[in-house]
Unconditional design. Structure first.
Lengths: 324, 294
């Protein structure tokens, strides 16, 4: 039990050092005095029990030949068979490679890009220009995933603006860029860059605005040019925020979302577009192979959570800042 | 103190401005292209290659007339608005009571229960077990599957809790002495002081529901009349514009297919893009507070 650090309750009637009986007495009194608090707590706990913890119990189906008719406790227990089936299938290597590939590429490009964008904006002192560029750059974020993917598909088909642009540069005929399935990673990550660049820069801009202005003046007096000021004042100033975002993103490498990929991909490019989450969706929802799908999902969750915990540990050791 | 403007500084600034202008152009251009194509001559659209900066040949608003008669799209629009309102009510209420409970110092187990709940941020059951729970609850093909899963999340609770912790206990006690009960205290005394945080949570809920199509994909397998707007857009953008052909003749459908697709994008996206600059500051607060507290 967590002890409250706050002052003891004002009302009398609580028994101190009363052992278990005293504890029960105090608890009953507490509930009587704060009925609404406990009622609310019950509602909240019920919500989390149903929508968050029940699915965790449901993960048992990963170890079963699950059939909805027989239910979670009536289906046949098969141990690790589902996992073995996944690890042994050709989908294992493919989905892992694509998940890690897309996740890492996304991290390499879409983690630093908003920081660089924020640093560039920070150098501009014309308020109107800065504000306008900011507002425009957030705009793609407010375009829904469906529309954004629809734009991508029509833009990269032969003769679409992007396909034409690529053809103009390389001097060839415009082709559908998705014809080469290896382009999928790049297309996906570029779309994320377009949607997330401005929005992702928000927190860095706010971190930048809280860097002490006197530090710049002191550095200037000491003979530091703008570049030196950036290296020695600006970057250390936003470093804690950068590290925190890095932990969050590293932890999410395995969480490449299914939604956008489900819209963008097609059987023709599954080899480079099928990630763990889309595979889970296909075998679970479309093929009703629930046990296997849950096993794949559980594998993904475990790896993802482990990544988050490890990166958190490492950053804690290196810099002292951590999430939990 | 004004720092001296050196020659290299000027060069740097010019390059920086050019890069920023290019980024702004890349962000704007696709949206402009879509608007222009949607009002262009359809035959010119089919033969045109590359970016469209101004309408091709002549203005042609036929695509808008066609989608105006497309009932499913407007039905989807209404459904989405309904889901948004319902989600805001549910998420708003649940998040406020959760923030209230976990911020009360007189509640002795607040940290223990907060920890239990926070675990769901780190680990979750995943797509299929969640789907099974929804199915067992009989929510498949109902509006509840569209609003209840994810209605209460830890991130929002943390935001609300932090904001409510900042309010002095004395205020609550004063309200109690004046005879206010817990509900009145929570909604009339404490909540008004957390307006900004509440607005941020509502805003994130609105955007989330506006974009959401996965819930429909998972939980609405047959009830297409419950489809949210994004599912209708998905049909038009990724499957075929022939869906609309009940409301207009098939020949003009083929000719106008790209115009129709882009007109749908304009009709569904422009309202949001018009509104968002006015609520932008809430997103900025939300992002910053969220990042610091998470």
């Amino acid at each position: 039990m967590v002890k409250t650090p706050s002052k003891p309750p004002k009302h009398s009637g609580y028994i101190e050092h009363g052992g278990f009986k005293g504890y029960l007495h105090n608890q009953a009194l507490d509930i009587k005095r704060n009925p609404v608090i406990y009622l609310f707590l019950l509602v909240i706990l019920a919500y989390f029990a149903i929508f968050n913890y029940a699915p965790m119990v449901g993960l048992l189906m990963a170890f079963e030949k699950y059939s909805p008719a027989k239910g979670l406790f009536g289906s046949k227990w098969v141990g690790l068979d589902n996992f073995k089936a996944f690890f042994g299938s050709p989908y294992f290597g493919r989905t892992i490679r694509n998940t890690v590939g897309i996740g890492v590429l996304d991290l390499l490009i879409n983690f630093p890009a908003p920081i660089i964008f924020a640093l560039l904006l920070n150098e501009i002192h014309n308020k109107f220009f800065k504000k306008t560029v900011q507002t425009i750059s957030y705009m793609p974020y407010f375009i829904s995933a469906v529309v954004a993917c629809g734009l991508v598909v029509t833009f990269i088909e032969a003769g679409g603006p992007i396909s034409q642009f690529v053809a103009d540069i390389t001097g060839g005929e415009p082709v559908n860029l998705m014809n080469d399935k290896k382009n999928f990673w790049g297309i996906y990550v570029t779309m994320n860059l377009w949607q997330g660049l401005g929005y992702g820069s928000i927190i860095y801009l706010s971190a930048l605005s809280s860097v002490d202005q006197e530090l710049y003046e002191a550095a200037y007096v000491d003979g530091a040019g703008r570049w030196k000021q950036c290296i020695h004042v600006t970057i250390p100033g936003i470093m804690p925020m950068v590290l925190m975002m890095l932990i969050l993103r590293m932890g999410a490498i395995f969480a490449v979302g299914a939604d956008k990929i489900l819209l963008l991909y097609s059987p023709a490019n599954y080899e480079y577009s099928d990630v763990i989450n889309t595979y889970t969706y296909r075998i679970g929802i479309l093929d009703s192979n629930y046990g296997l799908s849950a096993a794949v999902g559980l594998f993904n969750s475990i790896v993802g959570t482990t990544m988050l915990v490890i990166t958190n540990k490492i950053t804690k050791k290196l810099s002292g800042s951590s999430l939990f | 103190m004004k720092q001296k403007l050196t020659a290299s500084r000027v060069v740097f600034l010019v390059i920086a401005v050019l890069i920023l202008l290019a980024i702004a152009a890349v962000c704007l251009m696709p949206i402009w292209h879509v608007i222009m194509v949607s009002v262009s001559n359809p035959t010119a659209v089919t033969s045109h290659k590359g970016l469209v900066l101004w309408r091709l040949r002549n203005f042609d608003f036929q695509a808008y007339k066609i989608i105006f008669q497309y009932k499913s799209l407007w039905n989807g629009y209404l459904n989405t608005l309904f889901y948004i309102v319902l989600s805001c009510v549910i998420t708003g209420f649940l998040t406020v009571i959760a923030g209230f409970v976990f911020s009360r110092r007189r509640f002795r187990y607040r940290n223990a229960f907060m920890l239990i709940i926070s675990f769901t941020m780190l680990f979750n059951g995943g797509m299929i077990p969640t789907y099974m729970v929804i199915r067992k609850l009989g929510m498949i093909d109902t509006i509840w599957a569209m609003v209840l899963p994810g209605a209460l999340n830890v991130f929002n609770i943390i935001l609300m809790r932090t904001s409510m912790q900042g309010i002095a206990d004395a205020l609550e006690e004063a309200a109690r002495l004046d005879g206010a009960n817990e509900f009145v205290t929570m909604f009339k005394v404490i909540l008004p002081l957390c307006k900004a945080t509440f607005a941020v949570i509502i805003l994130f809920t609105v955007v989330g529901k506006w974009n959401d199509f996965m819930s429909a994909l998972l939980y609405l397998p047959t009830k297409t009349q419950l489809y949210p707007l994004q599912m209708e857009i998905r049909t038009i953008l990724f499957q075929s514009t022939k869906q609309i052909s009940s409301s207009a003749d098939a020949a003009s459908m083929n000719v106008y297919s790209r115009n129709i697709q882009y007109a749908v994008i304009v009709v569904s996206t422009l309202p949001i893009l018009m509104v968002y600059p006015f609520v932008q500051k809430y997103f900025v607060t939300g992002m910053t507070v969220g990042a610091v507290k998470a």
